[in-house]
Design a protein. Structure first.
Length: 113
């Protein structure tokens, strides 16, 4: 009894597969080797177009990076100069503060103002 149910289920699945695939098989008039050749040609064209697109993308990206590097080189010197000036000003402010604290402590211990 179990074998009948399993067999009838398989037959139903096979029949359904034939019904779905039947129109597609009958519509193809090309032979198998012809289909392989056509598929290979279309894949080759797709790969060729993809390679061209990748090449253009890389080229455009390299051009953009090159122009940004030029601009960064022009801006690097002024930024370095500004950083140096600010660091120097910060150090001088700390030094002035230390001198002020020193004078205050000296005045406390010696009575001078």
């Amino acid at each position: 009894m179990k074998r009948r149910g399993a067999l009838s289920g398989r037959v139903a699945v096979l029949a359904l597969a034939l019904l779905v695939a039947g129109p597609a098989w009958s519509a193809d008039t090309k032979s198998g080797p012809d289909q392989v050749v056509e598929g290979t040609k279309s894949i080759g064209r797709g790969v060729e177009e993809a390679a061209r697109g990748i090449g253009k993308t890389v080229t455009e990206g390299a051009k953009g990076v090159g122009s940004r590097v030029k601009e960064a080189g022009k801006e690097a010197k002024p930024v370095a100069d500004k950083l140096h000036d600010r660091a120097k000003a910060f150090g001088e402010a700390i030094w002035d503060g230390m001198k002020s604290v020193g004078k205050t402590l000296e005045g406390f211990f010696t009575g001078k103002k």
